[in-house]
Design a protein around this ligand. Sequence first.
Ligand code: ASP
Length: 435
Amino acid sequence: MKLHTKIFIGLFFGAALGLLANFFISDKSTIEWIVNNISYPIGQIFLRLIFMVVIPLIFVAIVLGISDFRDIKKIGRIGIKALLFTFFITLLSVLIGIEMVNIFQPGLNIAETERAAVIQSLSGNQSVTGIITTAKESKSFVQILVDLIPRNPFAEIVFAFDPNYRGGGLLALMFFACIFGVAMALVDSKKVQALTSTFQGIYDVLMKIIDFAMKIAPIGVAALIFSSTSQLGFQVIALLLQYVLVVLGALIIHIVLTYGFIIKYFIKKNPLHFFKLISEVIITAFSTSSSNATLPTSIRVSIEELKIDKDVSNFVLTVGSTANQNGTALYEGITVLFLAQFYGIDLTISQQLVVVLLSILAGIGTAGVPGGSLPLVVIVLQTVGIPIEGIGIILGVDRILDMSRTVVNVTGDIILAAWIDESEKKNSLGLANLN
Ligand code: ASP
């Protein structure tokens, strides 16, 4: 049986068992015990087996991807294409989200009594306070740019997954890797031959470790999904049903229309076949809620199934796993406007434009980890003058939305890599014809 079939079965069983437990075990503390002592630790073991290779993989994959090109113009061209693609596709995704929220107005259709009860329940909520504290310590835009250049790359490595870290984190590590790769490409190839084969060796070993981890993926995925579904608060979902449906609907529209169009007309493949080939990536993203944890699987599937050039996959997918998150941007735009409606705040057109712009930036700056975007939602809320405690309103349904937007984020990275690969091949064909 193929791995993705096994993972899918794990996903199905985990979800079904979780829902059954949610319905039939009325004592919530029993469910909590099962989650805390069985499903959560199993899920975490699986996630950590993947996460432990993510940092070294990010460094080695970018360095190898860039240095292998050995053509500085090509590196620049790919970088600019990736940047432009990310900007336009993210803009499109945010506009789809904002259009949807303006049409369906999910924040207005909540009864006054329920609205008051929800607002009251927010005070003293520990998770809300945690997210707000992280967001409040946020930096100015200029400081974010300066922090992209690490003073000490090892500090970025150590604190890459620490939400309270004030430096550049993963993006700064990627910056260092890019500079390292460019420099390696410019040094006489004989001098860096040993370094290249060492990095290649490390890369292969890391991929082998991921193979080990993916062997337990069906169980890990079942455990992760059980933890979410068994604790799903259906009352919260019912209250926020319209909001949840608007986010899911917008994500689906973005996948079908935007992604479908790019796959058909730019990558020149059948969209359905394309999605089938990357189904393992989609399931992994859905169950881990993390673009970074899905990175090793995306790289392998892109090279093996989609036959995307190895260097393009290594470079584009790795940077994309943190910087190209249009599912997250779409969700941020909807969430901020939803909360504005919830609090009865009318945003002017220029305030809505600020939301669009900040959502795009948030899509680039969000860490590819579960719930990575929540502190950024708080920042956008603060900027446009919406009560920041509002983040607590949507926390109860965030997991399901996180799983879904991560699928869109990761699929977007693969589409970006496939499109760049296609256009680079055309480019080299054109050059060959000229010669
Ligand atoms: N979980 C998302 C990802 O890893 C980030 C987020 O939107 O919270 O892509």
